[in-house]
Write a protein that binds this ligand. Structure first.
Ligand code: FE2
Length: 453
């Protein structure tokens, strides 16, 4: 659980239940089956210290993922301990060995730290108990059966971990549980699954090798972490490149400074409120940045004209979604962004452009982008709009146009976002009036309609 934005009662309840379960499980397993070989006695303390240190190293530098979560390879030594020493040792290492750099620096709130560790303890104890129940603890006598038990227990570990982490993410971000689960599992679950046999092998090799296992297994764990890191970095680099390109488009018209960036951020917020998948959030992010790329082909005389556009000029301006879609059509990686660019000026009632799609014919992500685009445009100073709308006026306008221009469900979701509450990045823009419920500010009505050009 990362830095939460608001801790609601269901979140406190979840934290309480999981932390209580973790403590209860730990007490019961310690009472019922004390630490056993190789963790029993004075020698065992050394072994416990070794595995805890190994887990600490694996947890030390988690790979930061977009939107606040992080992933590390610490599940491998935790599972190895579960296989090797049973539930009591697993509970200890999962609780103590997983303190990471973000927690040490105080970047995670205390209840988040508590919850994360409790989740790992519950997952580790569940996996260890299952491993024992399946007879996997006869590690060296029956390696094949033991490996099979290890795989089942490893899957249980990942499932419990994903369920509990997913529940917290869903509650914290107000997203649908199943959607969170699907994206989290695709993002980490599958990769973690590959580490389960490695964990079993680590436990198996501990008997002959002792602490030398750290040396033998450091390399595969390190390369796994490096692979995570490079995937994340590649995506970050790609998004940064897109961002640079988007700001180049916005720079042609000084009045639309940072427009694309803001639209991108708002679209992602709406997507999160609507529970779209992580992959779709990324498409929204890119779609927001690229939606007006077709304006590259619009002449300065039209693009920068301060007054209203005449018929010819309007026709030229309205070509930008199609031009944009054509520009992006050649980029394989951006294929899914093309419909967002093409359809961001379609209206819910079918009177938009370029294809006059109606209702659900317009892809959901394009309907989301349309609301984000309109809100950004309404609240910004433009040549054709010297008095931008206030937060309340803009929301009122979106509501008024729900069902005609916009999908009402998308407008409802927008109203729940941080931006609609006068928070977030766009609210910090000094040229806008996005403070909520400020009765002293009354701008005259009759500014441009709620449409971005
Ligand atoms: Fe546009």
């Amino acid at each position: 659980m990362g830095a939460g934005r608001r801790v609601t009662r269901p979140i406190w309840l979840l934290i309480a239940v999981v932390v209580f379960t973790a403590i209860a499980m730990t007490v019961v397993v310690f009472v019922q089956q004390p630490l056993r070989y190789p963790f029993a006695g004075a020698q065992g303390l050394l072994a416990l210290a070794f595995w805890t240190a190994l887990t600490l190293v694996a947890s030390a530098s988690p790979v930061k993922l977009p939107r606040g979560s992080a992933v590390s390879v610490s599940s491998t030594p935790i599972l190895a301990v579960a296989f090797l020493g049973g539930p009591a040792a697993a509970a200890f290492v999962a609780a103590i060995g997983t303190i990471d750099a973000r927690e040490a620096r105080g970047e995670v709130p205390w209840y988040g730290t508590l919850y994360n560790h409790a989740v790992l303890v519950v997952s580790a104890v569940a996996a260890a108990l299952l491993f024992e129940a399946l007879g996997g603890a006869r590690l060296w006598n029956e390696p094949i059966e033991s490996l099979a038990a290890g795989l089942v227990a490893g899957v249980a570990y990942i499932v419990v971990d994903e369920l509990l982490s997913g529940a917290a993410t869903a509650l914290r971000e107000g997203r649908r549980f199943m959607s969170v689960l699907r994206t989290e599992f695709v993002a980490f679950g599958l990769a973690l699954l590959g580490l389960v046999p490695l964990a079993w092998l680590m436990a198996f090799a501990y008997e002959p090798l002792g602490p030398m296992v750290a040396l033998v297994f450091a390399l595969p764990l390190y390369t796994t972490r490096a692979a995570y890191q490079s995937v994340v970095e590649l995506r970050r680099m790609f998004t940064q490149t897109i961002r640079a390109l988007a700001s180049a488009i916005d720079a042609r018209d000084p009045s639309t400074k940072r427009h694309s960036e803001h639209v991108s951020g708002i679209a992602v917020e709406i997507g999160q409120e609507m529970g779209v998948s992580e992959a779709d959030l990324e498409i929204l992010e890119w779609g927001g940045l690229f939606h007006d790329i077709g304006k590259i082909g619009i002449s300065d005389a039209v693009l920068l004209k301060p007054g209203r556009l005449d018929r010819e000029e309007r026709i030229e301006m309205n070509r930008h979604p199609v031009k944009g879609a054509e520009i992006l059509a050649n980029a394989d990686r951006l294929r899914q962004v093309v419909p967002l660019v093409r359809y961001h000026h379609e209206w819910y009632n079918g009177s938009g452009y370029p294809d006059r799609l109606i209702g659900e014919e317009i892809p959901l992500l394009a309907r989301i982008l349309a609301v984000a685009d309109a809100f950004e445009a309404m609240t910004a100073v433009r040549p054709y709009q010297t008095r931008p709308k206030s937060l309340e006026q803009a929301i009122e306008e979106l509501r008024r146009c729900a069902g005609t221009q916009f999908d009402p469900r998308v407008v409802d979701a927008f109203v729940r976002t941080r931006t609609a509450h006068g928070l977030g990045e766009i609210a910090a823009d000094p040229t806008r009036d996005l403070r909520p419920s400020d009765p002293t500010i009354r701008l005259p009505q009759g500014t441009a309609p709620g449409t971005a050009r």
